[in-house]
Design a protein around this ligand. Structure first.
Ligand SMILES: [Zn+2]
Length: 287
């Protein structure tokens, strides 16, 4: 596979490479990501791969690749709900299913892409798609994009390969690392650890992003306690959920938000760091 011009994380690349090596591109793929652009990028990559006539697919230079990239390929269809509707109708899905049995126009494959599948495909419509996924036509690929694959029917999930793109990728690496250290510091019994981690906020360029990620990680802890999905870091989320109550986590999220707004007010960042450290510890240790 040719990943040039594409920016995927390592685990996504490895999964794709394995599929390619085994020559087993699944007929139905679910791409799950909180980042719609990332999902679309991967969908575009897969559709190019499906129609490419080059050797190292997707070559990015053949006519098929170009058309796929420009969303102008006759055999690659992005399904959109009909006007004024937020979901796909059953008639629309029937048309798509019928269409999928017609031979491709110019490539050797056909691709159907459904954006926001978790919101736009009702259970009835998913069921009609299901029949097709059980016995898919040759060289036809269905790609479902979603934020939360758990909202899709289990029967659909079981017939699709799930590709998950982690959200962490879109954050600055330094900021993500600092945020994780701050959370570890909050959970640590030693004040020094938190103080040291919080000092990274002194990098004014990064401080706002670091705190945004701290909030995300705390939210993950809350998500686990509420049975919801993690967005950023499931592992850390789990640790938080075993160490803190819901109300403590909520208080910390509010505190982090307050610190974020203080940064925009040009407060002395050293003072802010000391204050924040004390407040995190106060919440941590209160009964
Ligand atoms: Zn190509």
């Amino acid at each position: 596979m040719n990943f040039n011009d594409f920016n995927f994380d390592e685990s996504t690349k490895q999964t794709l490479q394995t599929i390619d090596t085994l020559n087993r591109m699944p007929h139905a793929i679910i791409i799950e990501s909180k980042d719609k652009e990332k999902s679309l990028e991967l969908a575009s990559f897969l559709s190019m791969w499906a129609v490419c006539t080059g050797k190292n697919k997707p070559c990015g230079i053949c006519e098929q690749c170009h058309k796929a990239k420009e969303k102008a390929h006759a055999d690659i269809k992005y399904a959109y709900p009909e006007k004024k509707s937020k979901t796909y109708s059953i008639d629309q899905m029937r048309d798509i299913l019928k269409d999928s049995f017609i031979r491709p126009n110019e490539a050797n494959a056909k691709v159907y892409i459904f954006e926001e599948a978790d919101n736009r495909l009702s259970a009835v419509v998913q069921n009609s798609l299901l029949k097709l996924l059980e016995e898919p036509p040759q060289n036809v690929f269905f790609i479902l994009l979603c934020e939360n694959s758990k909202k899709l029917l289990i029967t659909i999930l079981s017939r699709c390969v799930l590709l998950r793109i982690k959200s962490e990728q879109k954050f600055d690496k330094f900021a993500a690392q600092s945020a994780k250290e701050i959370v570890h510091g909050i959970l640590s019994a030693r004040e020094y650890e938190l103080l040291k981690a919080i000092n990274t906020l002194c990098d004014k360029e990064k401080s706002d992003e670091i705190l945004s990620i701290v909030k995300l990680i705390l939210r993950d802890g809350l998500a686990i306690l509420s049975g919801a999905d993690c967005i950023f870091d499931e592992e850390l989320g789990k640790i938080i959920s075993t160490h803190m109550t819901k109300s403590k986590i909520l208080e910390m999220i509010e505190l982090t938000e307050a610190a974020k707004s203080k940064i925009t007010q040009n407060i002395n960042i050293n003072l802010l760091a000391t204050w924040l450290c004390g407040e995190y510890r106060r919440i941590s240790w209160q009964r």
